[in-house]
Design a protein around this ligand. Structure first.
Ligand SMILES: O=C1O[C@H](COP(=O)(O)O)[C@@H](O)[C@H](O)[C@H]1O
Length: 232
């Protein structure tokens, strides 16, 4: 599938441009359909983008926000992606948005995935905007190399859902949207910053083994053309 690389001089310029693009896409959905949906990633990269997006003027009360992936930890854990989004995105104008967590306080992670699948499915499909990150190991969402559920997670024939994932490089057990949940998003973005991530992207684009670098599934098989946002 096609992809487009958008390069910026620095992180703040990227954050503003991506926030403008996402806000415009969400606004269009609110105008045409009455609501809008957004799934965002965690990690260190998206903080400035979240801060910029939180200030964009749109009818956030009509916007539902969820996560692309989450650790199986409650929202008061410093490694929680929910905490990251609450701190940097769900404030200012965006405090009006509805947030759908992937972590659920169930007895085990499989039960949490089932509850989260029901909650995310109420957002409807396809999602309007999905923002992916990418790790230095070529993971995206919680599609980790060596992940115990990787094959099913990348299977576009399986229904959209929240899945569990464990992998040596993942730390805590994870909850992740399946590839079938994100591959047809209205706007599908891979947001990466720094020279190391650029090298990882170039390596991903030069090969085909999805088990080695799961980001290749997104770059190669997503139904929606991928918009890559990069800054040094
Ligand atoms: O584990 C994760 O890492 C990736 C990338 O994070 P970064 O710190 O290198 O920006 C992120 O996309 C994913 O959501 C997160 O759970």
């Amino acid at each position: 599938m096609a992809h487009t690389l958008h390069s910026f001089d620095n992180g703040p310029a990227l954050a503003e441009a991506l926030a403008d693009k996402v806000a415009a896409t969400l606004s269009e959905s609110v105008t045409t359909r009455g609501n809008a949906t957004l799934a965002v990633s965690g990690g260190s990269t998206p903080k400035a983008f979240f801060e910029a997006l939180s200030k964009k003027p749109l009818d956030w009360s009509k916007v539902s926000v969820t996560l692309v992936d989450e650790r199986f930890v409650p929202a008061d854990n410093p490694r929680s992606n929910h905490l990251l989004v609450a701190t940097h995105l769900l404030k200012n104008a965006a405090s009006e948005a509805d947030f759908i967590p992937l972590y659920q306080p169930e007895a085990d992670i499989e039960a949490a995935a089932t509850v989260a699948t029901d909650a995310v499915s109420e957002m409807g499909t396809p999602l309007d905007v999905v923002i992916l990150g990418m790790g230095a190991d070529g993971h995206t969402a919680s599609f980790f190399p060596g992940g115990d559920n990787l094959e099913d997670a990348l299977d576009l024939e399986l229904p959209p859902r929240v899945m569990t994932m464990e992998a040596a490089g993942a730390g805590e057990p994870r909850l992740t949207l399946s590839f079938s949940s994100i591959a047809d998003a209205g706007l599908l973005v891979v947001h990466i910053e720094g020279p190391e991530k650029k090298s990882v992207l170039e390596k991903a684009l030069s090969g085909e083994d999805e088990a080695e670098m799961p980001i290749r599934a997104v770059l190669g098989r997503a139904e929606t053309p991928v918009e890559i946002y990069w800054a040094p």
